[in-house]
Design a protein around this ligand. Structure first.
Ligand code: OAD
Length: 235
Protein backbone atom coordinates (compact mmCIF):
# COMPACT_ATOMS: atom_id res chain seq x y z
CA UNK A 1 0.00 0.00 0.00
CA UNK A 2 1.52 3.35 -0.95
CA UNK A 3 1.81 5.89 1.82
CA UNK A 4 1.07 8.86 -0.48
CA UNK A 5 -1.25 8.92 -3.48
CA UNK A 6 0.24 9.26 -6.97
CA UNK A 7 -0.29 12.72 -8.47
CA UNK A 8 -2.27 13.15 -11.69
CA UNK A 9 -2.24 16.48 -13.50
CA UNK A 10 -5.20 16.78 -15.88
CA UNK A 11 -4.69 19.45 -18.55
CA UNK A 12 -8.14 20.18 -19.98
CA UNK A 13 -9.54 22.37 -22.74
CA UNK A 14 -12.82 23.30 -24.37
CA UNK A 15 -13.36 19.73 -25.57
CA UNK A 16 -14.15 18.42 -22.08
CA UNK A 17 -17.05 20.91 -21.87
CA UNK A 18 -18.26 20.24 -25.41
CA UNK A 19 -20.72 17.55 -24.31
CA UNK A 20 -22.07 19.95 -21.72
CA UNK A 21 -23.20 22.10 -24.64
CA UNK A 22 -20.41 24.70 -24.59
CA UNK A 23 -18.79 25.40 -27.94
CA UNK A 24 -15.11 24.66 -28.42
CA UNK A 25 -12.81 27.39 -29.58
CA UNK A 26 -11.84 25.38 -32.67
CA UNK A 27 -15.56 25.00 -33.58
CA UNK A 28 -15.50 28.70 -34.37
CA UNK A 29 -16.42 29.15 -38.03
CA UNK A 30 -14.17 31.23 -40.29
CA UNK A 31 -12.60 33.10 -37.41
CA UNK A 32 -15.92 33.88 -35.74
CA UNK A 33 -16.14 32.73 -32.14
CA UNK A 34 -19.78 32.48 -31.11
CA UNK A 35 -20.44 34.94 -33.94
CA UNK A 36 -17.84 37.47 -32.82
CA UNK A 37 -14.34 38.16 -34.15
CA UNK A 38 -11.73 37.46 -31.46
CA UNK A 39 -10.05 40.81 -31.99
CA UNK A 40 -13.40 42.50 -31.31
CA UNK A 41 -14.14 40.78 -27.99
CA UNK A 42 -11.13 38.99 -26.46
CA UNK A 43 -8.18 41.39 -26.57
CA UNK A 44 -7.09 44.41 -24.48
CA UNK A 45 -7.51 46.55 -27.63
CA UNK A 46 -11.14 45.42 -27.93
CA UNK A 47 -11.69 46.45 -24.30
CA UNK A 48 -10.21 49.89 -24.96
CA UNK A 49 -12.25 50.53 -28.09
CA UNK A 50 -15.59 48.87 -27.31
CA UNK A 51 -15.96 47.66 -23.70
CA UNK A 52 -19.75 47.24 -24.09
CA UNK A 53 -19.26 44.68 -26.89
CA UNK A 54 -16.67 42.82 -24.79
CA UNK A 55 -19.03 42.75 -21.80
CA UNK A 56 -21.89 41.53 -24.05
CA UNK A 57 -19.70 38.67 -25.34
CA UNK A 58 -18.77 37.46 -21.86
CA UNK A 59 -22.30 38.02 -20.52
CA UNK A 60 -23.54 35.73 -23.33
CA UNK A 61 -20.91 33.08 -22.51
CA UNK A 62 -21.69 33.43 -18.78
CA UNK A 63 -25.41 32.83 -19.48
CA UNK A 64 -24.52 29.74 -21.54
CA UNK A 65 -22.18 28.43 -18.84
CA UNK A 66 -24.79 29.05 -16.13
CA UNK A 67 -27.16 26.69 -17.98
CA UNK A 68 -24.51 23.99 -18.54
CA UNK A 69 -24.09 20.90 -16.38
CA UNK A 70 -20.93 18.85 -15.84
CA UNK A 71 -20.84 15.79 -18.11
CA UNK A 72 -19.63 12.26 -17.39
CA UNK A 73 -16.04 13.25 -18.19
CA UNK A 74 -15.95 16.04 -15.56
CA UNK A 75 -17.56 13.70 -13.02
CA UNK A 76 -15.24 10.76 -13.73
CA UNK A 77 -12.22 13.05 -13.49
CA UNK A 78 -13.42 14.24 -10.08
CA UNK A 79 -13.88 10.62 -8.96
CA UNK A 80 -10.20 9.91 -9.61
CA UNK A 81 -9.58 11.84 -6.38
CA UNK A 82 -10.64 8.72 -4.48
CA UNK A 83 -7.44 7.02 -5.63
CA UNK A 84 -5.08 9.84 -6.66
CA UNK A 85 -4.03 13.36 -5.81
CA UNK A 86 -5.56 15.20 -8.82
CA UNK A 87 -4.77 18.73 -9.98
CA UNK A 88 -6.90 20.03 -12.85
CA UNK A 89 -5.14 22.67 -14.93
CA UNK A 90 -7.81 23.97 -17.28
CA UNK A 91 -7.89 26.48 -20.13
CA UNK A 92 -11.66 26.61 -19.69
CA UNK A 93 -13.33 29.55 -18.02
CA UNK A 94 -16.47 27.62 -17.05
CA UNK A 95 -16.84 26.15 -13.52
CA UNK A 96 -17.88 22.64 -14.59
CA UNK A 97 -14.84 20.95 -13.02
CA UNK A 98 -15.68 22.48 -9.63
CA UNK A 99 -19.38 21.66 -10.00
CA UNK A 100 -18.44 18.05 -10.80
CA UNK A 101 -16.45 17.87 -7.54
CA UNK A 102 -12.83 18.43 -8.55
CA UNK A 103 -11.21 20.01 -5.50
CA UNK A 104 -8.07 21.54 -7.05
CA UNK A 105 -8.73 23.47 -10.27
CA UNK A 106 -6.33 26.00 -11.77
CA UNK A 107 -7.91 28.28 -14.40
CA UNK A 108 -5.04 29.37 -16.65
CA UNK A 109 -7.30 31.64 -18.74
CA UNK A 110 -9.46 33.01 -15.93
CA UNK A 111 -13.02 32.40 -14.77
CA UNK A 112 -16.30 33.57 -16.32
CA UNK A 113 -17.98 33.95 -12.92
CA UNK A 114 -15.41 36.48 -11.72
CA UNK A 115 -14.74 40.16 -12.41
CA UNK A 116 -11.71 42.25 -11.53
CA UNK A 117 -10.91 45.93 -11.19
CA UNK A 118 -9.25 47.73 -14.10
CA UNK A 119 -7.22 49.85 -11.64
CA UNK A 120 -6.44 47.26 -8.94
CA UNK A 121 -5.78 43.80 -10.45
CA UNK A 122 -5.83 42.25 -6.97
CA UNK A 123 -9.50 43.21 -6.58
CA UNK A 124 -11.36 40.13 -7.88
CA UNK A 125 -15.00 39.40 -7.05
CA UNK A 126 -17.66 36.83 -7.91
CA UNK A 127 -20.20 38.31 -10.31
CA UNK A 128 -23.77 38.29 -8.96
CA UNK A 129 -25.83 36.54 -11.65
CA UNK A 130 -24.58 36.55 -15.23
CA UNK A 131 -24.36 40.20 -16.23
CA UNK A 132 -21.43 42.57 -15.85
CA UNK A 133 -22.12 46.11 -17.11
CA UNK A 134 -20.43 49.43 -17.72
CA UNK A 135 -20.63 51.49 -14.54
CA UNK A 136 -20.00 48.57 -12.18
CA UNK A 137 -16.83 49.60 -10.37
CA UNK A 138 -14.45 48.53 -7.62
CA UNK A 139 -14.41 50.54 -4.33
CA UNK A 140 -11.70 52.79 -5.82
CA UNK A 141 -14.01 53.57 -8.74
CA UNK A 142 -12.30 51.45 -11.40
CA UNK A 143 -14.56 49.79 -13.98
CA UNK A 144 -14.88 46.04 -13.46
CA UNK A 145 -13.75 43.78 -16.35
CA UNK A 146 -14.10 40.04 -16.97
CA UNK A 147 -11.49 38.06 -14.97
CA UNK A 148 -10.38 36.44 -18.21
CA UNK A 149 -6.92 36.25 -19.83
CA UNK A 150 -7.35 37.93 -23.22
CA UNK A 151 -5.20 37.22 -26.24
CA UNK A 152 -1.95 39.09 -25.83
CA UNK A 153 -2.17 39.17 -22.02
CA UNK A 154 0.15 37.30 -19.68
CA UNK A 155 -0.97 34.02 -18.08
CA UNK A 156 -0.18 34.68 -14.38
CA UNK A 157 -0.64 31.04 -13.28
CA UNK A 158 1.60 29.44 -15.94
CA UNK A 159 4.69 29.13 -13.69
CA UNK A 160 2.63 27.56 -10.92
CA UNK A 161 1.12 25.18 -13.48
CA UNK A 162 4.57 24.25 -14.80
CA UNK A 163 5.77 23.49 -11.27
CA UNK A 164 2.84 21.12 -10.80
CA UNK A 165 3.48 19.36 -14.12
CA UNK A 166 7.13 18.89 -13.09
CA UNK A 167 5.97 17.02 -9.99
CA UNK A 168 3.22 14.86 -11.42
CA UNK A 169 3.35 11.08 -11.84
CA UNK A 170 0.77 10.93 -14.64
CA UNK A 171 -0.28 13.58 -17.20
CA UNK A 172 -3.84 13.40 -18.57
CA UNK A 173 -4.69 15.68 -21.53
CA UNK A 174 -8.40 16.00 -22.29
CA UNK A 175 -10.11 18.08 -24.97
CA UNK A 176 -7.44 20.56 -25.95
CA UNK A 177 -5.93 21.16 -29.36
CA UNK A 178 -2.70 22.32 -27.67
CA UNK A 179 -2.45 25.25 -30.13
CA UNK A 180 -2.68 28.12 -27.65
CA UNK A 181 0.49 29.02 -25.76
CA UNK A 182 1.78 29.08 -23.11
CA UNK A 183 -0.74 26.43 -21.95
CA UNK A 184 0.35 24.11 -24.77
CA UNK A 185 3.97 24.27 -23.56
CA UNK A 186 3.14 22.62 -20.22
CA UNK A 187 3.72 19.14 -21.62
CA UNK A 188 7.44 19.95 -21.84
CA UNK A 189 7.76 20.02 -18.05
CA UNK A 190 6.95 16.40 -17.25
CA UNK A 191 9.71 14.17 -15.94
CA UNK A 192 11.05 11.37 -18.15
CA UNK A 193 8.96 8.19 -18.08
CA UNK A 194 5.84 9.97 -16.74
CA UNK A 195 3.03 8.43 -18.82
CA UNK A 196 0.81 10.71 -20.91
CA UNK A 197 -2.86 9.89 -21.59
CA UNK A 198 -4.62 11.92 -24.33
CA UNK A 199 -8.40 11.91 -24.86
CA UNK A 200 -9.69 13.63 -28.00
CA UNK A 201 -11.77 12.65 -31.08
CA UNK A 202 -9.07 14.40 -33.12
CA UNK A 203 -5.98 14.05 -30.94
CA UNK A 204 -3.46 16.90 -31.11
CA UNK A 205 0.05 16.00 -32.22
CA UNK A 206 2.06 15.39 -29.07
CA UNK A 207 5.83 15.19 -29.42
CA UNK A 208 7.28 13.52 -26.34
CA UNK A 209 9.66 10.66 -25.56
CA UNK A 210 7.36 9.72 -22.69
CA UNK A 211 4.94 6.81 -22.93
CA UNK A 212 1.94 8.10 -24.95
CA UNK A 213 -1.55 6.59 -24.66
CA UNK A 214 -4.16 7.96 -27.09
CA UNK A 215 -7.87 7.43 -26.50
CA UNK A 216 -9.58 8.61 -29.67
CA UNK A 217 -13.15 9.66 -28.99
CA UNK A 218 -15.34 11.91 -26.90
CA UNK A 219 -14.28 12.60 -23.33
CA UNK A 220 -17.44 11.18 -21.75
CA UNK A 221 -16.88 7.87 -23.60
CA UNK A 222 -13.10 7.59 -23.19
CA UNK A 223 -12.76 8.71 -19.58
CA UNK A 224 -14.05 5.36 -18.26
CA UNK A 225 -11.37 3.47 -20.20
CA UNK A 226 -8.68 5.83 -18.93
CA UNK A 227 -10.04 5.51 -15.40
CA UNK A 228 -9.63 1.71 -15.59
CA UNK A 229 -6.08 1.99 -16.92
CA UNK A 230 -5.13 4.58 -14.31
CA UNK A 231 -6.30 2.27 -11.53
CA UNK A 232 -3.54 -0.10 -12.68
CA UNK A 233 -1.07 2.63 -11.63
CA UNK A 234 -2.84 2.94 -8.35
CA UNK A 235 -2.04 -0.56 -7.17
P1 OAD B 1 -9.91 24.08 -28.93
O1 OAD B 1 -11.26 24.35 -29.50
O2 OAD B 1 -8.71 24.70 -29.60
O3 OAD B 1 -9.65 22.51 -28.88
C1 OAD B 1 -10.68 21.69 -28.41
C2 OAD B 1 -10.19 20.26 -28.51
O4 OAD B 1 -11.21 19.43 -27.97
C3 OAD B 1 -9.97 19.83 -29.95
O5 OAD B 1 -8.76 19.10 -30.03
C4 OAD B 1 -11.18 18.94 -30.24
O6 OAD B 1 -10.87 17.88 -31.14
C5 OAD B 1 -11.47 18.38 -28.87
N1 OAD B 1 -12.86 17.96 -28.65
C6 OAD B 1 -13.99 18.40 -29.23
N2 OAD B 1 -15.07 17.76 -28.72
C7 OAD B 1 -14.59 16.90 -27.76
C8 OAD B 1 -15.20 15.96 -26.87
N3 OAD B 1 -16.53 15.77 -26.85
N4 OAD B 1 -14.39 15.25 -26.03
C9 OAD B 1 -13.05 15.44 -26.04
N5 OAD B 1 -12.41 16.32 -26.86
C10 OAD B 1 -13.19 17.03 -27.71
O7 OAD B 1 -9.97 24.50 -27.41
P2 OAD B 1 -8.76 24.68 -26.44
O8 OAD B 1 -7.59 23.80 -26.80
O9 OAD B 1 -9.27 24.61 -25.05
O10 OAD B 1 -8.26 30.81 -24.78
O11 OAD B 1 -8.37 26.20 -26.76
C11 OAD B 1 -7.44 26.81 -25.93
C12 OAD B 1 -7.78 28.24 -25.79
O12 OAD B 1 -8.05 28.83 -27.07
C13 OAD B 1 -9.03 28.56 -25.01
O13 OAD B 1 -8.84 28.51 -23.64
C14 OAD B 1 -9.27 29.99 -25.41
C15 OAD B 1 -8.97 29.91 -26.86
O14 OAD B 1 -8.31 31.02 -27.28
C16 OAD B 1 -8.68 32.03 -24.25
O15 OAD B 1 -9.83 32.32 -24.20
C17 OAD B 1 -7.58 32.87 -23.76
Amino acid sequence: MRTSKKHIVALTGAGISQESGLRTFRDSQNGLWEGYRIEDVATPEAWRTNPELVLDFYNMRRRQAADAQPNHAHITLAQLEKYFKVTVITQNVDALHETAGSSVVIHLHGELTKARSTINPDYVIEIEGTELTIGETCPEGGQLRPHIVWFGEAVPLIEHAADLVRLCDILLIVGTSLVVYPAASLIQFIRPAVPIFVIDPMPPSVSSDNPLNFFVGKASEQMDKVFEQLLEFHK
